[in-house]
Design a protein around this ligand. Structure first.
Ligand code: GLU
Ligand code: MG
Length: 431
């Protein structure tokens, strides 16, 4: 239990914003049992702070019911008080799960996977972000790494104290760009950690006089900020990893092939959930090492699904490390929905026995990849793809789907008529 003077109970919405309500720290016990109030139409708030047309209107009430295991303490710093942050499920006032809650969507997808296959997901979300306005420094350089001290060291220490298991913290390629990775964990915890990580980075950066941004692109010619989602599957009973089979193409098991095929087949309809903003699609282009097409490849950083490298150094075991990396996500999306749609798509591929997809070998050249299907080129196109895919639409309650479409349409309207440069800026101003 917290000694903080305040608890903040939060959800994460359709545009990846963490929103919620605070209560006094001495009321924390009651808040954990009974939640705090919330409003259905809050789900329709856009990234730009307006309410999109929605099926909920001005009536209805919900509770944000904290998941106790998600609680983290953001400590006092100078004259800024600490706060205990909890992530919550959205439930009806009698405690029934709300069908439109993104965290519930993720949990149900994971439960269905386990029920149908006996498998569970191990995942981690890798985040890139920028601290604009630093003195210029070379990509990946020690100089850049040191230029943001003590922020970097404090961030890593804080994440470790919170139990988020930071793995690496690095100066990235782009101007003012950094990356942080966390150790893999169970699927729901991985998505929870992604929500918390973004807030902790933003909060600590602001204490150090920086504004952190996770926007997909700050400028059309600049480097992108991706969120790469690493996924593997293991037997829920024995913990045995099931994606690796050294006899098969890319060493991806037959089951892993079907799981991947589900994601690839439905990818174009998934994109509005994983790349949620108008500028997201400017990032998803060749030679950006983001994702440049719908394909599965060995260790290619432009694949939609990358079969990641493994290493035998220090006694490393291949099957334990073997994982797939979904590269077409960014932090304008809700981590629970990202995880949920990837799991649902993979599960569909397993259940429907989708054929093994082609694994493009590592040495494949750019010209050979010209034949792979493209990703949607815009958020508008991604929404049209969603309309066309009954499998993907079928995973959502009518209200959640309608609100997602409406929020994304409203966000598109907000940037209509702007050139690419202005679109990047408009999005970066709020992320
Ligand atoms: N910045 C790239 C992206 O937008 C990723 C670079 C990398 O491979 O880490 O996804
Ligand atoms: Mg990176």
């Amino acid at each position: 239990m917290s000694s903080s003077s305040t608890v903040f109970v939060a959800t994460n919405d359709l545009s990846g914003f963490t929103r919620g309500r605070a209560a006094p720290g001495n009321a924390a016990e009651g808040v954990l049992r009974r939640g705090v109030g919330w409003v259905p139409a809050d789900l329709a708030v856009t990234a730009f702070g307006k309410i999109a047309p929605n099926p909920f209107g001005s009536t209805g009430d919900l509770k944000l019911l904290p998941a106790e295991s998600t609680g983290v303490d953001i400590p006092t710093r100078g004259d800024v008080p600490g706060v205990r942050l909890y992530l919550a499920d959205q439930v009806l006032p009698d405690g029934t799960p709300w069908d439109n809650c993104p965290r519930t969507f993720a949990r149900r997808a994971l439960d269905d996977l386990r029920r149908a296959t006996g498998l569970e997901v191990v995942a981690t979300f890798e985040h890139e972000f920028m601290l604009p306005g630093l003195d210029s420094s070379a990509p990946f350089s020690f100089e850049r790494f040191r230029s943001v001290e003590p922020f970097g060291s404090e961030l890593v220490a804080l994440l470790a104290r919170m139990g988020l298991e930071p793995e690496t913290w690095l100066p990235e390629f782009g101007a003012d760009q950094f990356e942080i990775t966390l150790r893999p964990t169970d699927g729901l915890t991985a998505a929870d950690r992604a929500v918390i990580l973004r807030e902790v980075v933003r909060d600590l950066a602001s204490r150090h006089g920086h504004r952190a941004t996770f926007a997909p692109l700050l400028h059309p010619d600049g480097s992108g900020n991706g969120v790469h989602v690493h996924l593997s599957l293991r037997d829920a009973q024995t913990g045995r990893p099931v994606l690796h089979d050294e006899q098969r193409p890319g060493e991806l098991s037959e089951l892993g092939g079907r799981f991947s095929a589900g994601i690839l087949r439905h990818a174009r309809a998934l994109l509005s959930f994983t790349a949620g903003s108008p500028s997201s699609y400017l990032r998803l282009a060749p030679r950006r090492w983001s994702s440049a097409g719908v394909f599965l490849a060995e260790r290619n950083r432009e694949a939609l699904l990358r079969i990641c490298p493994t290493s035998s150094l220090g006694g490393g075991v291949t099957a334990d490390q073997f994982n797939l990396e979904y590269r077409a996500a960014d932090a304008t999306s809700n981590p629970w929905l990202v995880l949920g749609v990837l799991v649902r798509a993979g599960l569909h591929g397993i259940e429907e026995n989708y054929a093994q997809p082609k694994v493009w070998p590592e040495e494949t050249g750019e010209s050979e990849l010209a034949e792979v299907p493209s990703l949607p080129h815009s958020l508008d196109e991604a929404l049209l793809e969603l309309d066309k895919d009954d499998v993907v639409s079928g995973w959502f309650s009518d209200e959640l789907l309608e609100t997602h479409r409406s929020v994304k349409r409203a966000e598109l309207a907000e940037v209509s008529g702007l050139d690419d440069r202005a679109v990047c800026k408009r999005v970066a101003d709020v992320y």
